[in-house]
Write a protein that binds this ligand. Structure first.
Ligand SMILES: [Zn+2]
Length: 77
């Protein structure tokens, strides 16, 4: 689970960017922390770079495939 210390610098949001699931290796739409929907693994990915590929980490058969969801949106300025 992602952690932070100073809540005045992190704000809750209902932005639609948090709803989309992204395939392994897809282009990162927004810089930030991404979480694997099916196992909870977290990574940082930069806008325009590929999200980690299907072989990034191992799932048990019951966990299905890797799907990335934006967890913390790094907005720049
Ligand atoms: Zn996973």
């Amino acid at each position: 689970m992602a952690l932070y210390k100073y809540d005045k610098w992190v704000k809750r949001s209902d932005h639609e960017a948090f709803d989309a699931l992204h395939n392994p290796g897809a282009t990162t739409p927004d810089s930030g922390v991404y979480r694997c929907e099916n196992c909870g693994h977290e990574v940082v990915s930069e806008k325009g770079s590929p999200l980690p590929p299907q072989n990034h980490h191992q799932h048990t058969p019951g966990q299905g495939r890797i799907e990335w969801r934006l967890l913390v949106f790094a907005r720049g300025k």
